[in-house]
Design a protein around this ligand. Structure first.
Ligand SMILES: NC(=O)C1=CN([C@@H]2O[C@H](COP(=O)(O)OP(=O)(O)OC[C@H]3O[C@@H](n4cnc5c(N)ncnc54)[C@H](O)[C@@H]3O)[C@@H](O)[C@H]2O)C=CC1
Ligand SMILES: O=C(O)CCC(=O)C(=O)O
Length: 449
């Protein structure tokens, strides 16, 4: 059990968050993890406490909850719930993805929105933070059902979004297909072709090259920096990746390009081990069909086996949790340490439990928090917004080059900040403090709003 290590000056802030957001455990967890690292910042900058910056930062600017009625293929009316948490517009329009998954509730979008504020600040780009989604379960639904759901969702959401206000994108369960349906409905309702209202669009109607790949590629670039800072590289490294969605697939692709070998991958059905290296083409084929499961991969590839237990028991040098929150427990962390894992870098948002983080850090495993290591996706969304505003379309090499630069800048900023605040080498402290300071200073400049 992780016991919060809070500075006395921050305990009241945390208690108020728990009281005010009852039952929203993931939000409490995300706030606690940040507050735990802010003590040294308050020693140097008491003005943050005096001006109520921290109390304001943990309270979303606006939370929108709405009904999403839609008709399924059998003519039955389904009622889902929609959410958008507009957390902070201090550095730019609210920016962050939409998640369509049955586990979505107010607490999940709030934790994701909070993480997004600091992540977006770390990118150095002019974007605030928000997140949204729905508790709808669209798995196995037809394209027509997905379209009707997205149209209904946007029929309410359109009032709250816009290129200068709030710019959603994809997340779990929301990819190019859903973004297309959402964009079409926004255009129809507003009678405006406004590409800057959503990111992750198709390339022919305002999308950016490399946005689809960006989170996974960015994660691999970040880990390359971590390894280089310790005089090593991906060459010859065994890598384990959880998830088999957008982030995981492109992380696997880039790890292979950078010289590592991904030896295991998972989805909600289980995991597979392939010591020769995951064959990405086959994995995409297996996952491509409706209801495709990674465990089917083992049936079609010599030497591959469907795993038993947890994917984190597979020996590796680098572990990349890319599926969902709290998927890597203390037991999993103990197995990673036991098997000699050197680096854990989060592709998903908050996939590592606090107990697991403690265990990894105590064992000297290099741990990169998602708000730093998975920031490449949102950074490339910000590039998409820049291209839309300028009516430009950059080349893939151009966008990829900018993505590499952003990831290496974030890495450097984390290390410099950790050093400056007395925790050399600590990526968690570095990411939290660097992101926090950028938002907090802008909040001070903008007055009590
Ligand atoms: N898509 C993006 O640009 C970004 C996504 N993220 C985060 O990355 C994570 C994954 O997102 P996407 O790849 O976009 O979603 P996705 O919906 O494309 O893929 C998610 C994958 O995880 C698997 N999964 C779900 N729960 C699992 C579990 N308990 N164990 C193993 N596998 C499980 C699913 O089967 C699916 O293959 C989420 O935490 C998301 O918030 C973070 C930054 C940007
Ligand atoms: O590209 C975006 O706006 C959102 C990406 C996202 O949802 C995330 O960083 O978790």
């Amino acid at each position: 059990m992780h016991v919060p290590q809070l500075d006395d000056r921050l305990q009241d802030v945390y208690d108020a968050v728990v009281h005010r957001n009852g039952g929203e455990d993931e939000f409490h967890q995300a706030v606690c993890e940040v507050l735990e690292t802010l003590g040294p910042v308050l020693d140097a900058h008491p003005e943050y406490l005096e001006s109520g910056v921290i109390e304001r930062l943990v309270e979303p600017e606006r939370q929108i909850v709405f009904r999403v009625p839609w008709v399924d293929d059998d003519g039955r009316v389904q009622v889902s719930r929609g959410f958008r948490t507009e957390f902070s517009s201090t550095l730019g329009p609210y920016k962050g993805g939409l998640r369509f998954h049955p586990s979505v509730d107010a607490g999940i979008v709030k934790f994701l929105g909070f993480e997004q504020v600091l992540k977006n600040a770390l990118t150095g780009l002019p974007i605030g933070g928000g997140k949204g989604g729905s508790d709808v379960d669209l798995r196995g639904r037809s394209d027509g059902e997905v379209m009707r759901f997205c149209q209904s969702f946007m029929t309410e959401l359109h009032r709250h979004v816009g290129e200068h206000t709030d710019v959603p994108a994809g997340d779990q369960g929301v990819s190019a297909r859903e973004i297309g349906f959402l964009f079409g409905q926004y255009k129809r309702i507003t009678n405006r072709f406004e590409p800057g209202v959503l990111t992750g669009k198709g390339l022919d109607w305002g999308g950016s090259r490399v946005r689809t790949e960006a989170t996974g590629y960015g994660l691999a670039y970040f880990v390359r920096e971590v390894l280089a800072a310790h005089d090593t590289s991906f060459d010859g490294k065994r890598v384990v990746v959880s998830g088999a969605g957008n982030v995981a697939l492109y992380a696997i692709e880039k790890v292979h390009q950078l010289g590592g070998t991904v030896v295991a991958v998972s989805d909600s059905s289980g995991f597979v081990v392939d010591d020769d290296g995951i064959d990405l083409e086959l994995l995409r084929e297996v996952k491509g069909g409706r209801g495709g499961q990674v465990t089917d991969y083992a049936d079609q590839r010599d030497g591959a086996t469907a795993g038993d237990g947890s994917i984190w028991q597979v020996p590796c040098d680098v572990a990349l949790p890319c599926a969902t929150q709290n998927e890597l427990s203390d037991k999993d962390a103990a197995a990673l340490v036991e098997n000699g894992c050197r680096v854990v870098a989060e592709g998903a948002n908050m996939p590592t439990t606090p107990e697991a983080v403690d265990l990894l850090r105590e064992a000297g495993v290099l741990f990169a928090p998602g708000k730093a290591s998975n920031a490449g996706g949102v950074a490339t969304s910000a590039f998409e917004m820049q291209q839309n505003a300028a009516r430009e379309s950059w080349t893939a090499d151009d966008v990829d080059g900018r993505l590499e630069t952003v990831m290496s800048d974030i890495h450097a900023r984390c290390l410099e900040t950790a050093e400056a605040y007395g925790s050399p080498g600590d990526y968690v402290a570095g990411a939290n403090i660097a992101g926090f300071r950028k938002v907090a200073d802008a909040m001070l400049a903008q007055g009590v709003v």
